[in-house]
Design a protein around this ligand. Sequence first.
Ligand SMILES: O=C(CO)[C@@H](O)[C@H](O)COP(=O)(O)O
Length: 230
Amino acid sequence: MTDYKIAPSILSADFARLGEEVDAVLAAGADMVHFDVMDNHYVPNLTIGPLVCEALRKHGVTAPIDVHLMVKPVDRIIPDFAEAGADYITFHPEASEHIDRSLQLVRDCGCKAGLVFNPATPLDVLRYVMDKIDMVLLMSVNPGFGGQKFIPGTLDKLREARALIDASGRAIRLEVDGGVKTDNIRAVAEAGADTFVAGSAIFGTDDYQKTIENMRAELARAQRPGTTAS
Ligand SMILES: O=C(CO)[C@@H](O)[C@H](O)COP(=O)(O)O
């Protein structure tokens, strides 16, 4: 059976109560914390950096922190996030001059490494760096903001990414991010995703536990060959 993970995006949390919000969503059954880093340069928004990641660790968060870098360039900030307690660090190929080097830097810093593909970015580079990848993240919205609508073409791209991952024989997580809700999570899983970022769909509700339970119930109904990612 597929090991599905739900990763709430804290972009939609109440930042004035971030520690409590993260505690609440983890107590509600989330598997990891999705941490969106935006630089007002690579994307037109500005969010949080390593200090906030470190603060969550100091607050007592022990769950995996999945750092999605929407920054350019990426190399300077990678060691800071590793030091701050990140588990996964993912970045966009177009934000690095030397993709292989940046992936190696993430791994040398002791973190799991991943590449993020915008809706119109082809997956071509993946096959050259598969041995250095622990996660592939497909954006199902254009990056920069929460609360956008899922782009349907992502389903075909997920099938393409799933085939590449399965052919590699490696345990690589396939994450999807943007517009994921209870009513489409099953289709997203059936297309090949095993890790689901959801911001507004979780933090926008009053009952995080109920929402995550509903998502898991939909995932339990998903029909697709199992994967071995862990
Ligand atoms: O990285 C991003 C946006 O750039 C995402 O993580 C969003 O924050 C997801 O939010 P929802 O679409 O689930 O509200």
